[in-house]
Design a protein around this ligand. Structure first.
Ligand code: HEM
Length: 337
C-alpha cells in the first residue's frame, strides 16, 4: 500500500501536507477555552505535566510569579486552573464555593468511590450527602469549642508519644497521621486508637497512608487515567483498592455494632446519625440512604480529613523550625490564654 502511494507523494505534496497539519497541531497545542486565565503554554501533549514530577508546588509557585495568582495550565489533555494566593483561594472556594464545588469527570474517582460518598462525586447524591454531613458534623461539634476539646485531648497523647521518642531524629508524618485519623474516628464512631495499635495501623491508616505516600501518583492518574493500564501504575491502583478494602474491614464491624445502639431521637457520632437516617427513610422509595452510602461517607471523612490536615501541620512544623521567632510568638500567645 505504502509502495503504491509513495510514488504519487512527491516533495511538494509533503510540504503541502505539512503546511496544513503543522498549523492544526500548533493550534491544538496553544488553544485555550474562552476566558481561560493566562499561563505557560508548556510542551505539546504534556502541557506542564513534566515540570510537576518533582516538587510540583515549587514549580507551580515559580510559574505563578510570571503569570499571576490565577493561572491556567494544561496538564496532559486537561485544562486546569491553579490558585496560588490566599485571596484567590478564598474568592473561589469560600465566596463562590458553590460555583467551584464540582469534581473532574474522572475514571479514577469513579473507580475509587463507586459513585458513593461525598468527596469525589457530583449531582443530587452529592448535594444531599453534603447537606446531611455538614449539619451532622456541626451538631457533633465541628467548628465549635467541643471539637477543640477533642483535638486538645488527642494533642496530649501526641505530646506523650513525642516525649517517648525524645531527641532521636524521626519522620513525624506517621505520628501526625495517626493522631489526625483518631480525631476523625472520634467524629465518625466515638473511638480512638493507641499509636502502637497494629490492627488500626494495618486497616484504618492503610488508606490514609496510601494517599500520603502516593498523592502525586493519584493526581497523575486523575489527569491521565489511561496510565492505570501500564506498569507501575497497575500496582499503584491495586494497592489503592487493597488499602480501601482494609479500611472497610475495620469499618463494617463498627457499623454493625452501632446498629445495636442506634436511637430514633439522638446520636453520638456520624455512623449513628447515618444509621438513624437510613431507618427514618426506609419506606421512602426515592431515598438513597443505605449502608453502602454510609461506608462511602465515612471513607471520605478519613480521606478528606486526614491528608489535608496532616500536610497543613507538616508545613506548619517546617515553617516553625525555620522561624524560631514565630515559634516564640505562638508560645507566648498560648501561655497568655
Ligand atoms: C487543613 C485542612 C483541610 C483542608 C485544606 C481541606 C481542603 C478541602 C478542599 C479544598 C475541599 C474541596 C472543596 C470544594 O470542592 O468545594 C475539601 C472538601 C472536603 N473536605 Fe476538606 N479540608 C481540610 C480538612 C477537612 C477535615 C478535617 C474534614 C473532615 C472532618 C474534611 C472533609 C472534607 C470533605 C468530606 C470534603 C468534600 C465536601 C464536598 O465535596 O462537598 N476536610 N476539603
Amino acid at each position: 500500500m505504502i509502495e503504491l502511494l509513495a510514488p504519487s507523494f512527491d516533495k511538494f505534496s509533503w510540504v503541502l501536507i505539512g503546511a496544513f497539519i503543522l498549523p492544526v497541531l500548533i493550534w491544538q497545542w496553544v488553544k485555550r477555552p474562552k476566558n481561560f486565565p493566562p499561563g505557560p503554554v508548556g510542551l505539546p501533549i504534556l502541557g506542564v505535566a513534566g515540570s510537576l514530577i518533582n516538587r510540583a508546588e515549587v514549580s507551580l509557585m515559580k510559574m505563578s510569579w510570571t503569570h499571576g495568582p490565577i493561572m491556567g495550565v494544561k496538564l496532559l489533555r486537561k485544562f486546569t486552573v491553579v490558585l496560588s494566593s490566599v485571596e484567590a483561594m478564598q474568592n473561589a472556594l469560600v465566596k463562590q464555593g458553590h460555583a467551584y464545588a464540582g469534581r473532574p469527570d474522572s475514571i479514577m474517582f469513579q473507580a475509587f468511590t463507586g459513585g458513593r460518598g461525598v468527596l469525589a462525586i457530583d449531582g443530587p447524591r452529592w448535594k444531599e450527602n453534603r447537606r446531611f454531613g455538614t449539619v451532622t458534623l456541626r451538631k457533633l461539634g465541628a467548628g465549635r469549642a467541643i471539637m477543640e476539646e477533642r483535638i486538645v485531648d488527642e494533642a496530649m497523647y501526641f505530646c506523650e508519644a513525642l516525649q517517648i521518642i525524645q531527641k532521636k531524629s524521626f519522620n513525624i508524618t506517621k505520628l501526625i497521621t495517626h493522631s489526625m485519623a483518631n480525631v476523625i474516628c472520634g467524629l465518625a464512631f466515638g473511638e480512638r486508637f493507641n499509636y502502637d495499635d497494629k490492627r488500626f495501623i494495618s486497616t484504618a491508616r492503610a488508606l490514609v497512608d496510601w494517599f500520603n505516600d502516593n498523592s502525586n501518583v493519584f493526581m497523575l492518574l486523575v489527569f491521565a487515567p489511561f496510565l492505570r493500564h501500564f506498569w507501575p501504575f497497575t500496582n499503584a491502583v491495586k494497592s489503592l483498592k487493597s488499602a480501601r478494602e482494609k479500611l472497610y474491614t475495620m469499618l463494617i464491624p463498627i457499623i454493625d455494632r452501632h446498629r445495636e445502639t442506634v436511637d430514633d431521637y439522638d446520636y453520638r457520632d456520624f455512623i449513628e446519625a447515618y444509621l438513624q437516617k437510613i431507618s427514618q427513610t426506609r419506606d421512602d422509595p426515592t431515598s438513597f440512604y443505605s449502608d453502602k452510602e454510609l461506608l462511602g461517607n465515612v471513607r471520605d471523612l478519613f480521606v478528606g480529613g486526614t491528608d489535608t490536615t496532616v500536610n497543613t501541620l507538616r508545613w506548619t512544623i517546617i515553617y516553625l523550625i525555620n522561624r524560631p521567632e514565630v515559634q516564640k510568638k505562638i508560645q507566648k500567645e498560648i501561655d497568655r490564654v
